[in-house]
Ligand binder design. Structure first.
Ligand code: AMP
Length: 289
């Protein structure tokens, strides 16, 4: 595995690989790797000639009161995991390398950001598309891999790639969970022992709602308030949102067909956890929400 920290070195390395005509699979991350990240790498490994992973905690996507400074980091461990997962190139730039000066052109996401996490995390997705645009241009991947745990991110990135004709296929990867259902996340380390025991209730609430929808419940307000009540009863966390939208458009829907997302964010003492479930519905004519 080649470890690269400089933009110019990465450019040279990518140029070299492009000449051999092989495909590049790209896995962008913020490090502190877990099985979720590893499943992205595995998919990339299976479908491309080489795998490039980036580890970069992108300051632009953190708000002033968010956890940029205390975001968990363990480079030694990450290097071992990446090496074992057969990553070919690990790109680990510092902030100075990615943002050497002020940007003369800013990116601003217009759609898919006024709901879910985008409502509270103002500017977050602008930071995400900015860094990904830089990374896509540098890495020039044939495919890039994103976890559905961050479903709004997938939706926004698909919008970016479609709107601006990026020559990259976005591959959605299903959420990897702990045995008790909690979605794996670098931020789970912020949970106290008690909160960790409560946290599987998040996925349980989503599964319960999915069952109701699949057995014919069409009242979204009732579904949402049941989920909120379940979280309130089972955890000490505060529900930030529970919302249902079409996926990936993230718009309110009026007919029960196509793909919908039921998404949740719960604030614990030090950890804000998100999760979601995407449900494919058969067309049920004339059933309005
Ligand atoms: P992060 O390091 O948190 O920015 O995540 C890097 C990539 O890993 C993103 O595409 C995430 O959606 C994905 N990811 C994070 N957690 C999981 C998970 N539990 N299952 C699948 N993918 C995940």
């Amino acid at each position: 595995m080649k470890i690269i920290t400089k933009v110019n070195t990465l450019r040279e390395e990518i140029h070299h690989h492009k000449q051999s005509g092989g495909t590049i699979g790209f896995v962008p991350t913020m490090g502190y790797l877990h099985d979720g990240h590893l499943s992205l790498i595995k998919e990339a490994r299976n479908n491309n000639d080489i795998v490039v992973m980036s580890i970069f905690v992108n300051p632009l996507q953190f708000g002033p009161n968010e956890d940029f400074d205390r975001y968990p980091r363990n480079i030694e461990r990450d290097l071992k995991l990446a090496e074992n997962a057969d990553v070919d190139i690990l790109f680990m730039p510092d902030s100075e390398e990615m943002y050497p000066g002020t940007l003369s052109v800013a990116m601003n996401v217009k759609e898919r950001v006024h709901v879910l996490c985008g409502k509270k995390r103002e500017g977050h997705f602008d930071g995400v598309v900015t860094v990904l645009t830089k990374l896509f241009h540098l890495v020039q991947p044939r495919r890039a891999y994103f976890g559905l745990k961050d479903a709004q991110q997938v939706a926004v990135v698909e919008g970016l790639v479609d709107d601006y004709f990026f020559p990259v296929e976005i591959v959605r990867v299903r959420t990897v969970r702990e045995e008790d259902g909690l979605a794996k996340s670098s931020r789970n380390v912020y949970l106290s022992e008690e909160e960790r025991n409560e946290a599987p209730a998040i996925y349980e609430s989503l599964r319960g709602a999915k069952k109701k929808i699949e057995s014919g419940e069409v009242n979204t307000s009732a579904i949402i308030s049941d989920v909120k009540e379940f979280i309130h009863n089972m955890t000490s966390g505060q529900v930030e949102y529970v919302e249902i939208f079409t996926f990936p458009e993230l718009t309110p829907f009026h007919e029960w067909n196509g793909e919908i997302i039921l998404a949740i964010a719960v604030q614990f003492q030090k950890a804000r956890l998100i999760d979601n479930i995407i449900i494919s519905l058969d067309k049920k004519e004339n059933q309005h929400v």
